[in-house]
Design a binder for this molecule. Structure first.
Ligand SMILES: [Fe+2]
Length: 369
């Protein structure tokens, strides 16, 4: 099911009581606005409202598909301010959008660590640890975006006190290790085991040809949690292959300029222009494809927690449609895709640099069935 599949309002009414969820009720109780969109032009400038429960200002971002799997919010801490301490029975990934500050993490056993961050940092909150964020500047606000799988947990237990108030230390996740939030990383394949990336914009990546056009890639498992994240970069004059997957992947542009196409299978692609700070959350099973249309390399970060894989453990979204996967090979994309890209680059006096990627793909392209 990739299309919207809209039915009559009479039929929809019969399912209306099942549409509302404990997560949605909790969101409404927070008294914040909800940006219900799969494209947000700039997280740095979205309007925020005071969030009594956390002590900062914030806005929720979720849409029809993503709100069943992932919570996303943007939060700002006032100059010299701090948020209320919180613990939570779910993993949360954080990207700092603006400013600088620090976070203190502690458990019931009394183990406590404080680490500092600034714009561009990524970290995870260890499961059920108490944590508190502080703005390190007396002049500038500090703003971050947090993504988690809160809807799955809240919808499962339907008990806010349980999710935010259970006294239990997951010692295998956090045990007071003094270097827990240092920038050390163990890299294996594409996967980096780390709990803190000080600067996601400058982090060196690993070469990945599987997603197209000589891009760099790195995947993270932070705080030994169940949230996945990765960074992808693609050079000037290149674009990624189109693919689809389940709901809830939150793609945040870190650098560069370009656009993405998104479309449900069988429909015309729609174009979304991006810049650093743009958020794209592809709806369930919609194809999406990212294009670097600018004069510098482009880089994005994705937070997500669910990824269908084949029996070998390879994400379906990395596998050719010709093999039954969810990725469209360059050889199978429509002419419109290439024409639009050439036109976009020509505004910078640039031309596509895709010939090598097209040729390389042909070396291993599975035959059409
Ligand atoms: Fe994707």
């Amino acid at each position: 099911m990739a299309k919207d599949a809209i039915v009559s309002s009479e039929m929809a009414k019969k399912f209306a009581t099942e549409k509302d969820t404990p997560y949605q009720r909790w969101v409404r109780e927070q008294g914040l606005d909800i940006i219900s969109a799969h494209f947000v032009p700039n997280l740095r400038t979205v309007d925020l409202k005071p969030w009594a429960q956390r002590g900062g200002k914030a806005v929720f971002i979720n849409h029809e598909a993503s709100r069943t799997s992932n919570d996303c919010y943007v939060c700002e801490i006032a100059p010299g301010g701090k948020l209320t301490p919180q613990r939570q029975l779910y993993d949360e990934m954080v990207l700092v959008l603006d400013g600088r500050g620090s976070t203190t993490v502690w458990n019931d056993a009394g183990q406590r660590i404080t680490f500092e961050w600034k714009a561009g940092a990524i970290f995870a909150i260890p499961l059920n640890c108490w944590h508190q964020h502080f703005n390190g500047s007396g002049q500038q606000p500090a703003r971050y975006v947090g993504v988690s799988y809160l809807p799955s947990v809240l919808n499962l237990y339907d008990d806010v006190d349980f999710v935010f108030g259970t006294k239990y230390d997951f010692k295998n996740r956090f045990n007071g290790e003094p270097d827990y939030f240092s920038s050390k990383a163990e890299v294996e394949g594409f996967l980096s085991r780390t709990n803190f990336v000080p600067d996601a914009v400058a982090l060196p990546l690993i070469t990945a040809k599987e997603r197209g056009a000589g891009g760099g890639h790195i995947r993270f498992n932070m705080a030994r949690g169940a949230m996945a994240s990765h960074i992808s970069q693609f050079p000037v004059g290149t674009y990624k292959k189109a693919h689809h997957h389940g709901p809830g992947a939150h793609v945040i542009v870190l650098s560069g300029e370009g656009y993405s196409l998104m479309w449900p299978d069988g429909e015309e692609p729609k174009r979304y222009e991006w810049q650093p700070g743009t958020l794209i959350v592809p709806p369930n099973a919609w194809f999406h494809q990212h294009f670097n249309a600018g004069a510098t390399p482009a880089r994005y970060l994705a937070f997500k927690n669910w990824s269908p894989r084949n029996s070998q453990g390879v994400p379906m979204s990395w596998i050719s449609r010709r093999l039954g996967g969810y990725q469209i090979d360059y050889a199978d994309e429509s002419k419109l895709v290439r024409d639009m890209f050439s036109e976009a680059l020509s505004r910078h006096g640039l031309e596509p640099r895709m010939q090598d990627a097209y040729a390389k793909e042909l070396e291993t392209l599975p035959p059409l069935k």
